[in-house]
Design a protein around this ligand. Structure first.
Ligand code: LFR
Length: 458
């Protein structure tokens, strides 16, 4: 994505798009990170001369390097099964409640901490999170960017620094990690070989951004007040609040809310919801039918007939998604959706319901009421999902921008280069530059409350 920023204007254009296709090999599910890096180089070539480059990606995953800085194997995908049963072993030495009080991170089987406990290090001397790995290949410089580091479960959200105590107790050597860097820090310059390959003329600085894609996306929520909730939608739905301080209560842990770190000392207090992954996996199973048609069928299907718990980690692994959704409906005594349209409707209703629950819980647990819900990311294109979310929450939804992560990335670079001011300034620029769509809640929230009850208290 190429951004063009001035104090009065902001433009984003897509220069190059490439797929990110996980590969299953006999030992498990892996990322093809060299293909991703090749995509980055092709992208730079397509963009042409630039003043700055910044990288963000999904969180928690990493590459391991040997003493010479060479990558040791393909990074393991967070949906790989290797972390099954690992958390229970960790909790035997550090109880889950203590782990939450120290790190504020929700339980997810794929948190870097659990992955590292399951890891065989085999001579690894350095661990670089995915965006830091790509940045390293571009610059030769190693660092660990803070917003993404906060998803490892090895950071204390109060000090915004490593939790030496947790690392020691679970037996993880923090020396594996490169020094922390902050969004906006200088991260190096494109190496001569990169300049040659991409046709750019140096020096081209690389700027550390909020390298966790969700942190970049939250930075680009076009909010005009502090009383807002956000949902960053895509493969995941990340639903919650932007706070000044973490919420580390036992109640918050029980509700599985996470305290990830955001820009400028903020905390991203949110819950991971399975998101459009549920639909993506069905679409894959159905042989990629037309999405527009599916959504029209879903809109015409009966509303709230059957819902599943879209927060359930049982949906994490790939494969057999239509069957797994049908099984979940059957197990909770609801009608089993039969047609593709009905299954799609079930997924969208379930997502809207999970959005409602996350936003209600977050307001209560953080004592932070909101008047509006901002939806950013790929899901903004799904008008039915946006309307259902407004209806379920009983709040207006403002949808847009779609490319929030890329915009947050670009704005943090622009700020580091003195083109925009603080977070409020960044948000003002977004509101001025981008089309946003507003959805008003319809139909009352009673039927959503009743649907929630069908899933039990969860
Ligand atoms: C979204 C995201 C989520 C994180 C998940 C796994 O792309 O980064 O925030 O929980 O992917 O890394």
């Amino acid at each position: 994505m190429a951004g063009r920023v001035s104090p009065e204007s902001l433009e984003l254009t897509e220069a190059h798009r490439f797929t990110n296709r996980p590969v299953r090999v006999p030992e498990g599910l892996r990322w093809d990170v060299l293909a991703l890096y090749a995509g980055v180089l092709d992208g730079l070539k397509a963009v042409g001369q630039v003043d700055s480059v910044g990288i963000d990606s999904w969180a928690v995953d990493y590459g391991l390097l040997n003493a010479d800085g060479a990558l040791l194997g393909n990074p393991v995908h967070y949906r790989d099964a290797r972390t099954e049963g690992v958390a229970e072993k960790v909790w035997a030495s550090v109880p889950a409640a203590e782990l939450y009080a120290a790190t504020g991170l929700q339980y997810a089987p794929f948190n870097t901490l659990y992955q590292l406990v399951a890891e065989r290090l085999r001579g690894a001397e350095r661990l670089l999170l995915i965006p830091d790995l790509l940045t390293y290949w571009l610059t030769g410089e190693q660092g660990t960017e803070l917003t993404n580091a906060s998803t490892t479960q090895l950071i204390d959200p109060r000090t915004r620094d490593w939790s030496h105590d947790v690392a020691e107790r679970v037996g993880i050597d923090l020396g594996l990690f490169a020094p922390l860097r902050q969004p906006g820090d200088f991260a190096g310059e494109l190496l001569p070989a990169v300049l040659e390959e991409t046709g750019l003329t140096g020096p081209v600085p690389v700027t550390a951004v909020a390298s966790h894609d969700t942190a970049s996306a939250v930075a680009a929520v076009p909010a005009g007040t502090e009383r807002f909730a956000y949902i960053s939608t895509g493969t995941w739905s990340l639903a919650g609040l932007e706070l000044e301080a973490p919420v580390l209560t036992e109640e918050s842990r029980a509700a599985n809310f996470t305290n990830e770190l955001g820009l400028d000392g903020t905390v991203r207090y949110l819950r991971n919801i399975m998101g459009l992954w549920l639909l993506q996996e069905c679409v894959r199973a159905w042989g990629e039918p037309d999405l527009g048609l599916l959504l029209r069928e879903a809109a015409a299907a009966p509303a709230l007939r059957s819902v599943v718990d879209a927060g359930d980690a049982a949906f994490l692994a790939p494969g057999r998604m239509p069957e797994r959704i049908a099984e979940a409906c059957r197990a909770s005594g609801q009608p089993v959706p039969g047609t593709r349209g009905e299954i799609t409707r079930c997924i969208l209703d379930s997502l809207a319901l999970a959005h409602r629950r996350a936003i209600e819980d977050a307001q209560r647990l953080a004592d932070h009421p909101v008047d509006v819900v901002h939806i950013v990311g790929g899901g903004t294109r799904n008008a039915l999902l946006c309307q259902l979310t407004a209806d379920a929450c009983g709040l207006p939804v403002v949808a847009g921008p779609t490319e929030a992560a890329a915009l947050g990335n670009v704005l943090v670079q622009a700020r580091a280069h003195g083109l925009v001011g603080d977070r409020t300034d960044m948000r003002r620029l977004l509101v001025r530059s981008l089309p946003l769509t507003r959805y008003e809640p319809q139909g009352g929230t009673d039927r959503w409350r009743a649907a929630q009850e069908r899933l039990g208290a969860r």
